[in-house]
Every structure is written in C-alpha cells, then in structure tokens.
Design a protein around this ligand. Sequence first.
Ligand code: PMP
Length: 434
Amino acid sequence: WIARDAAAVWHPFTQHADWTGDDPTVVARAEGPWLWDVDGRRYLDGVSSLWTTTLGHGHPGVNAAIADQLAKLDHATFLGASHTPGIELSETLIALAPKGDDPDLTKVFYAGDGSSAVEAALKIAYQYSTQTGHPRPKFVRLNHAYHGDTLGAVAVGGHDLFHQAYKPLLLETVGIESPGDRALGADRLTTAISHLRSVMHEHGDQVCAIIVEPMIQGAAGMLDYDAAFLREARTLAYTYGALLIFDEVATGIGRTGRMWAAEHAGVVPDLLTCGKGVTGGYLPLSAVLAAEHVYEAFLTRPGDSSPRTFFHGHTYTANPLCCAAALANLRVMGEQDVVARADRLGERLGKLLEPVAAKDAVTEVRRLGTMIGVEVAPDGHRTGFRVCRAARDRGVWLRPLGDTVVVMPPLTLGDDEADLLVEALDAAIDEVLG
Ligand code: PMP
C-alpha cells in the first residue's frame, strides 16, 4: 500500500516522506478513539483525526442517522431548493450559538470545510461593507494565525510558511501582534491590545473585518490568550464599523469545554465560522453563523439597481447526509452532556500532564479545555515530529506543530485511555530528549 500510495497519491504538503521523513500509516478501520492500520496495528487517536471526531469513530447513533438519511435523500441542491435536515441543522446551530447582549446570530450559511467557511465569511464581510457604506478592502488578522488554505483564508493567516509562495495573490491585510505570542513576554496582552487600537486608529475606515480565533490560536501552536483581548476587539469593531469574525473551526463544538470558545469571553461576533467537529468528523460540513444585521444587508430592496444577493454557493452546499450526521452528533452531544465531559477531560489531562510540564525538556504546556499543546525544547532536529513518532511507536497517534505536540483527543475519551495517552507522550519525550 505504501508503494502504491507513493506512486499515485499527491498528499497535502507533497509526499509524506518529504514532509515528515516517514512513510504514511495506512489506516484501515476505526472505532471509538482507536485506529487500526492495514497490518492490524492499533493506535489511540490522540488528535481526533485532525481535531474532528468529537464522539470518536463509528458512533452507532451517528452511523444510523447517516444510513437513514441515505435511504431518504442523498443529495439535493441548496440553490433554489431546501431540505429538512438543512433546515433542522440551521435551527439547531442557531439555538446553540453563543448569546450575549448584541448581536444575535440568527442565520446559517453552509460551506464544505473550514477553509471554505472562512472564505465565505471574508466575502460576506467585504460585500457587507460595500452594501452598508463604502468598500473596505482590508482585513485585520493576528500574527501566527491559521485560518485555512484557500486564497482568502491564506491571506488572513499569519504564518509565513503558508504565505510566502502566494504573496502576490493575497488580499490586503494588516497583521497585529498576537496576545498569545510567548515571544512578546508577560506584556503580550497589553502589547496586542495597543497594537490593535493603533491599527484600527490608522486603518479603521478601510477595515471590513477583524478575524481571530477566539481564546486560543490552535494551528499556530496552541497559543492561548486572555479574554480581555476579545472584549477590546468587539469594542473596536463597533467603534470603527468593522465586523468581528470568530473562526471557531477548531475551537467550536465543545472542544474548549464550552460549546464555543466565545463563551469564555462573553463576546458574540458578527460572523462565526465552524467546521471540523460539527459532523463529529464523519462528513465534511462547515458553516458561517451570521448576525441578523449582516444578513439583512444582503436582502434586495425595492429600488435596488442590482441584486444584493451573496454571490456564493457550491454544488454540495448543505449536503443532506452531512446535515444528518451533524444533527445526530449534536443530539448525542446534548444527551450525553459531552461539553461538560470535555471540560472534565481537559482538567484531567491537565493534571496528568503536570509532571510532563515540569521536565527540563518541556518548555510549556498550554491548554484550553481539550485543546492542548506540549511545547518541547527544540534540539534542532525536528524535535516535535520525533516525539510524535516515538509516541506512535508506543501506539498513540499525535501530531506536531513545529516543536509543539498537539493533544486533542475525542471529547468522550475514557480515563484509562487518557492515562495511556499521557504515559506514551511522557515516555516519547524521555526517549527523544531524555
Ligand atoms: N480555521 C482554523 C482555526 C483551523 O484550525 C483550520 C484547520 N486546521 C481551518 C480554518 C481550515 O479548515 P479545513 O482544513 O477544514 O479547511
């Protein structure tokens, strides 16, 4: 399989061996938090198959919902037509949306994956500016951010590795210091806030949106930060007439021990993107939750010379199988109180990781709920990757982000499995850096 893979498949980031120095694990089946490869080796899926499997793999309730839906309606366009799973999922997401004084998230726009949800949110924000005042061509973004790999999402990212090849093609953005950036030292929150203030002071009437991952920048290396930054961003967005976008593709759907990371701050954005965990990792579906005032700007009014429609929508927008999977995932999450379980699991993993954090070889352990980054002291030889490989050899599947090892298991992980995960990581760090 590895030879056939190498001969025929173009993987993200070119071939596995180029990127990781390793052949791919060829996964054959999965159940709960476990993966098996084609040779029958079993691995604990410590990163929820790229941060998606909220309930683990093969949940009978979700499987049954997909099968039921398949028997009724596989696909119908959402352009000019609708269907019951799409309507019900919109109602469910709106009921679950973060609530506050203002604004109200009342509309759901579907997309296919995290990147395309971000892309839609950016286009909505720009078009909103043209329809409510004047075109505002700039986006404010955080340094180190990752929001996906389509061109708009790349533009609002802050990671040079993903940027540099496409620089001439990108939207106009202003990057600000990240409140989670450890390199800024203990003053990082005040530095980031004052930078955001001065950028908005200088560019305010050109900015259509500020986009951030709330509370923790995931793919940036699990850089958690203070909620005060989000409250300031909300205030500044109002002051300068820009929209506030929260990208909750990674942080949403219970991952941080709340349904949304926004809830830690008590801040409601104008647009909120979600993806990954929405369907519990079964099928690709993402969405933008939009405030009523944003949606209203897209309604054609009598006397408009051209339609105000949002010019965006894909063949598989709101695919009914995906919607059915998402509805089942969210129903099971409610029945089993999975968000509260995620909070407890995060606490437990945090406690188990205390001795790991105390090691000389570990720079810092960062955590919000079950979003965890264990930063190891680099030895100049792709340390994070080697730690993950050593953990994999012990049967635990993890992924590095540079020198930070990500731990993001299914939210329903059992106590014994949590123990096993941390033991393997601990031993892997000792093996590589001990
Ligand atoms: N936004 C954030 C915050 C993400 O973490 C990711 C993926 N890691 C994306 C967007 C892009 O999502 P996708 O890979 O599903 O396109």
